[in-house]
Design a protein around this ligand. Structure first.
Ligand SMILES: Nc1ncnc2c1ncn2[C@@H]1O[C@H](COP(=O)(O)OP(=O)(O)OP(=O)(O)O)[C@@H](O)[C@H]1O
Length: 442
């Protein structure tokens, strides 16, 4: 179990992590999500004793990492796969770590086999591809057969086979009762790997929910209804569904999107209205859609080509409704407004190739455009975080970075990996230079 309580980290006047409280439980894979720069790596470094919290604390199995007896046997981590002495072979690198942690040498060959590097175990790691380096980092994390595992972007650079392997590895480790905490930007992969999610934005907790609940809260399921292209069929059904309390929007593909009515009810209404149905299917959002909806107001780095670009609007603390809660607003039956949202999401895909014959039909799924962007409100104080484990939760607001009075701390030197005995794969610290021997490449 990993437990953070009020975890905060300032780098000079920059607040990387603010008042973060969460638990990572054993037996499940917990995904750690957040936009670039939201504080995931900083949080992981604090868990591993590589950064010292400015406030709050984080414990692993009830103790701060540095107080764990033989920590590398208890916690394995992959933070930076490049934190390897390039002149050493994969086997030498793991041997060094094994000696430091008191792990038997035979375990090195075991983990080399597990990660698929046995054939190249004698090669210098500086010649490794990105994916091979990731595998070596994962091998280092597994070396001590730890009960708690942290992986920062473990599938970075892996081929599809490797991604599949990592997915099964994570799930297997969790099924053995271990605590598995993994960050990733690959939402499709997280949807397949993680059971639970902790989502942060600008250093603050945004959601602490099961994957299923996270998607349900941050998207609206709807029924897709397709009628024959007969005169008036769609209009007739739209009117009947509306009378029954449903909310209906047409799409550019001619299908209707219906919320507020169960599928069997829609079928009955269509039957009573004498409208044949060609399709009646449930549609639920993907993790990626739900994640984008939740975090769109907490993204710091956006392309100038993205219509949502521009300076991020400070978000007020507190007061915002919980995403996904409340009634579906009129005019946007499939997309409840995102309380974190700055500029609304574009109604079209900004990344798509230009359409030579754009469809003029408005996108009914777009977040409604507010008449005027509200002026940023001054930030007063942090609201109490409703963190009361084990209740799953979703937190209401993302903080404005500069407005927190706690950020006004005097500048401090950016921390360096500082924990003796911290996991070498995680430390980002390169061992002192050693002269490589060509024989190592044999
Ligand atoms: N040593 C440091 N000194 C100063 N600022 C830092 C330091 N480490 C991180 N930061 C800042 O803290 C914020 C959080 O960074 P962090 O690397 O934790 O984010 P992240 O969520 O892991 O991002 P990414 O998804 O891009 O890896 C960023 O604004 C970053 O610039």
């Amino acid at each position: 179990m990993i437990e953070a309580r009020g975890l905060t980290k300032h780098y000079g006047d920059k607040t990387a992590v603010h008042d973060l409280s969460f638990q990572v439980r054993p037996g499940v894979v917990t995904g750690f999500l957040g936009p670039n720069g939201s504080g995931k790596s900083t949080t992981m470094r604090m868990i591993l004793g590589l950064d010292t919290p400015s406030a709050g604390e984080v414990t692993v199995s009830g103790r701060p990492y540095r107080q764990l007896p033989n920590a590398p046997r208890h916690v394995g981590a992959l933070l930076d796969a490049k934190a390897v002495h390039g002149g050493r072979s994969a086997r030498q690198h793991l041997m060094c770590l094994a000696q430091l942690a008191g792990v038997p040498a035979r375990r090195v060959d075991d983990v080399l086999g597990m990660v698929g590097l046995r054939e190249v175990a004698g090669k210098r790691s500086k010649n490794f591809s990105l994916g091979m380096g990731q595998r070596l980092g994962i091998a280092a994390a597994l070396l001590g057969d730890p009960q708690v595992l942290l992986f920062d972007e473990p599938v970075n650079g892996l081929d599809p086979e490797g991604i599949h392997w990592v997915r099964n590895l994570m799930r297997g480790l969790a099924s053995e009762g271990r605590t598995v905490f993994v960050s990733s930007h690959l939402m499709s992969e997280m949807a397949l790997t993680a059971d639970h999610l902790i989502v942060i934005g600008r250093g603050q907790l945004m959601a602490d929910l099961s994957v299923r609940e996270f998607i349900a809260r941050n998207s609206t399921a709807y029924a897709l209804v397709r009628t024959p292209a007969e005169d008036g069929a769609a209009q007739k059904l739209t009117a009947a569904l509306g009378e029954a309390g449903g909310q209906v929007a047409g799409g550019p593909d001619g299908a209707l999107r219906v919320t507020g009515l169960e599928l069997p009810r829609i079928s009955d209404i269509a039957h009573a209205a004498d409208v044949r149905l060609w399709e009646l299917s449930p549609h639920s959002a993907s993790l990626e859609e739900a994640y984008m909806r939740l975090t769109q107001g907490a993204v710091d780095y956006r392309s100038t080509q993205d219509p949502r670009g521009g300076p991020a609007q400070p978000q007020p603390y507190g007061g915002a409704p919980v995403a996904g809660g409340g009634p579906v607003p009129a005019g946007a039956p499939f997309a409840p407004p995102n309380p974190y949202a700055g500029p609304p999401a574009p109604a079209h895909n900004p990344y798509a190739a230009p359409n030579p014959a754009p469809n003029p039909a408005p996108n009914p799924y777009a977040v409604p455009q507010p008449a005027q962007q509200p002026a940023p409100q001054p930030v007063a104080a942090m609201p109490p975080q409703p963190v009361s484990p084990p209740a799953a939760q979703q937190v209401a607001a993302v903080p404005a970075q500069a407005a927190d009075p706690q950020t006004q701390t005097p500048p401090q030197t950016p921390p360096r990996p500082e924990a003796p005995g911290a996991p070498a794969a995680a430390a980002g610290a390169r061992p002192t230079a050693e002269k490589p021997t060509d024989a190592e490449d044999a």
